[in-house]
Ligand binder design. Structure first.
Ligand SMILES: Cc1cc2nc3c(=O)[nH]c(=O)nc-3n(C[C@H](O)[C@H](O)[C@H](O)COP(=O)(O)OP(=O)(O)OC[C@H]3O[C@@H](n4cnc5c(N)ncnc54)[C@H](O)[C@@H]3O)c2cc1C
Length: 291
């Protein structure tokens, strides 16, 4: 039996362990678009802060799993039971496990400078890109766009790195979905860490002036050396049309009935309420892959 996993994070790695236990002879092929070894996203903040080596975040894979890094799956042929990757490699399967998670949003105004001083904060690949860029240029200040959990996490990590940090949130408060108590507590902690906050104001343009980024807001202009985007995410799932039905914004509702026997979907890419403990929920979904 050959299982192909599309994705190499909480959901797929946990499913791979379950299937390895259930069927020790099974072939387990893990395909992922990422460059870095499979890792725990909850810990990448420590790498961004410069206090952990990236290896400390690495996940343990089943001993005989075959890992294919930098293989973005772009097509699935469920009738032929084949997947095709961006560089034209074709893999046959008996069963596929889809755990593609979500991809961070990048508004149009930031796209020109993406990977050239503007980065998303979502994966260990991103953290590696941010770290390399910071080392190659003289970065002292950073703007974090988005005051949700990821943005706040990035803000603390960058501060720990010694950077001057400004956190931007278009709503009146950081963590706009949380209770007032939590918001107040967090604001005090951010103030205590000397992290500047600019709320109720949207970044309208992002341009470059020699080595600085110039961000214009409704009423002011802010200049920084680097910009990190933490603006939420949604699945990049168009290529799954042949096997699944999905919501308008790409979350997977179900596998098409005719392919249910040979295709499972797990983790953040599925349509379910958004939660803070996504990692443990994705782990659990992978663990229960056989039920
Ligand atoms: C910065 C950050 C911090 C977080 N901190 C916490 C926390 O403290 N606690 C918590 O519970 N949750 C946290 N989360 C949420 C948690 O990381 C997710 O809920 C969890 O990772 C979901 O796991 P997943 O396996 O479903 O998807 P992901 O972890 O998103 O993994 C998706 C995988 O699919 C691969 N992939 C995507 N598309 C393709 C393709 N076309 N072809 C091949 N491979 C593909 C990706 O490379 C990746 O390997 C955090 C998330 C972020 C971004």
């Amino acid at each position: 039996m050959r299982y192909i996993f599309i994705g190499a994070s909480a959901a797929c790695v946990s499913a791979a362990h379950t299937l390895a236990k259930h069927d020790p002879q099974a072939e387990l092929l893990i395909l992922t678009q990422q460059r870095e070894y499979p890792n725990n996203t909850c810990s990448i903040k420590h790498v961004l802060a410069g206090v952990w080596p990236k290896e400390q975040t690495f996940l343990k894979l089943p001993a005989h799993a075959q890992l294919y890094l930098q293989q973005r799956v772009v097509e699935i042929d469920p009738d032929q039971k084949m997947v095709v990757t961006h560089n034209g490699q074709v893999f046959g399967y008996d069963t596929i496990i889809i755990g593609i998670g979500t991809r961070p949003r990048v508004p149009e105004l930031f796209k020109t400078y993406l990977h050239k001083g503007v980065f998303t904060y979502h994966t260990l690949d991103d953290v590696e890109d941010i770290t390399k860029y910071s080392a190659s240029t003289n970065i002292t200040s950073v703007a974090i766009i988005g005051g949700g959990l990821s943005g706040v996490e990035a803000a603390f990590a960058c501060r720990q790195r010694g950077l001057e940090v400004t956190l931007f949130e278009k709503e009146p408060k950081i963590l706009s979905l949380e209770s007032e108590d939590i918001q107040k507590n967090l604001e005090d902690t951010l103030n205590g860490a000397a992290i500047k906050m600019i709320c109720s104001s949207k970044v309208i343009t992002c341009t470059r002036d020699t080595n600085e980024f110039v961000l214009t807001l409704d009423t002011r202009v802010v200049r920084v050396d680097m910009v990190l985007l933490a603006l939420g995410s949604s699945p990049d799932s168009q290529f799954l049309n042949s096997v699944t039905e999905m919501t308008f914004d790409g979350y997977i509702l179900r596998v098409r009935p005719e392919y249910e026997l040979h295709c499972k979907v797990v983790g953040d890419c599925t349509a379910q309420p958004r939660v803070h403990n996504g990692w443990s929920r994705a782990l659990m979904a992978g663990k229960k892959i056989l039920t």
